[in-house]
Design a protein around this ligand. Sequence first.
Ligand SMILES: NC(=O)c1ccc[n+]([C@@H]2O[C@H](COP(=O)([O-])OP(=O)(O)OC[C@H]3O[C@@H](n4cnc5c(N)ncnc54)[C@H](O)[C@@H]3O)[C@@H](O)[C@H]2O)c1
Length: 370
Amino acid sequence: MATIGVVGLGVMGLGIAQVYAQAGHQVWATDAWPEAREAAAQRLRQGMEPRVASGKMAASEMEAILSRIQIGALEALAPCDLIIEAIAEKLDLKQSLFAELETISTATLATNTSSLSVTKIAAGLRDPARVLGLHFFNPAPVMRLVELIALPGTDAARITQARSWTEVAGKTVIACADRPGFIVNRCARPYYGEALALMEEGHSPGEIDAAMVAAGYRLGPFSLMDLVGADINLAATEGLAQAMGNHPRYHVFPALRAQVASGQLGRKTGRGFLHPNPLPAAPPDTAAIALRIEAVLANEAASLLAEGGTTEQGIDTALQLGLNFPRGPFASARRHGISEVLAELRRLQAAAPAPLKARYAASPGLLALQ
Ligand SMILES: NC(=O)c1ccc[n+]([C@@H]2O[C@H](COP(=O)([O-])OP(=O)(O)OC[C@H]3O[C@@H](n4cnc5c(N)ncnc54)[C@H](O)[C@@H]3O)[C@@H](O)[C@H]2O)c1
């Protein structure tokens, strides 16, 4: 058993602390905000109580988990083997936290960042070989996926240990390179983007969602955006577009900006693209809608694959676990046939307005799958 440190007791930090404590590890956790430290034990308890009430967790197990999580000052994390930071998403804060941790502990330093470069977080440390990314999904105790981002210089033994402790805690750990959005947040973009393109061409959000549900997806793209919030989706889309040099593959469709400007952000505001309306029947062009979205998903996944650091299987599993997709983008592409997917991309490219033609250019990674 290892001693795990967690810095930041917000939504993610609390969940991550629970994940490791549940697996029997000793956890030391802290937060810069005294109220967060004081409320942590109670918030952890409140998070687990519904599971105890429904019989999914024994009360004694909840008490054992709580007893393994100790809240203290940052210095209390000194004896940890692995420290995971889940503090605010600000590069300078993460850099100075790791610089401080480097002086007080010999632990492997992991960041849970969603959108920052792990390389930049490690830059400036005396020993950047101690740093890696462990990207959990929300809620961490429930979501099985963890993306593991090792830098070219990260110490191999530290990678193996971090993977093993996280796998023992019940997670499926998928390796990926330090690329913007890692796997899920990048490869998911076309699910929303292509749906927004279809909407701008005159399809209704309900039709598009119904088509994707008929194709096996638990939630259509608009229902997913309504769940997470159109504003959150816009921020993620804009962040990735900027990180990828505003390539048209990451085009921010005006329909998304308009939705955010309307204030109808989804479930949290009571109205979104689709919410609270029920899903209509699947439209006659269901197969064409699914082919189009899955072709663009596969093209993005193949472009990430070609950049290295991950595998076809890893990407497929990450999207199944991270987004509840019924199959990953490569499995979808192989179901249609790679040549069919390439033909669809050619058709989309021919029909696209000039600024968006490059959006549909087949990535070398996809051409290589033929
Ligand atoms: N919320 C998500 O869905 C999600 C999913 C995956 C990854 N992440 C990432 O996890 C991290 C945390 O996200 P969150 O949603 O839990 O945030 P949050 O705002 O709920 O919690 C952040 C906590 O960190 C504390 N904090 C801030 N600066 C600190 C510092 N310098 N030292 C110690 N504590 C500090 C804050 O007091 C707060 O309690 C971010 O990097 C985020 O990008 C979030």
